[in-house]
Design a protein around this ligand. Structure first.
Ligand SMILES: [Zn+2]
Length: 59
């Protein structure tokens, strides 16, 4: 159940792609986001998440 695929928007490919190495970060404004790299091309991607929808991310 830990093998959850996280989709993020890849700005390079202009489409949704699975995110690798996703880490939950907290922004200066208190919002949370998942930051990782595109599984397809390696571009850094950020996916904003709502606080109530945050899923635990295994390291
Ligand atoms: Zn990509």
């Amino acid at each position: 159940m830990t093998d959850e695929v996280i989709l993020g928007y890849c700005v390079k490919e202009k489409t949704q792609k699975p995110m690798n190495n996703a880490q939950l970060i907290t922004l200066k404004n208190g919002k949370q986001a998942l930051q990782g790299v595109c599984a397809s091309c390696g571009t850094k991607m950020t996916k904003f998440v709502s606080a109530k929808k945050v899923a635990p991310v295994s390291a």
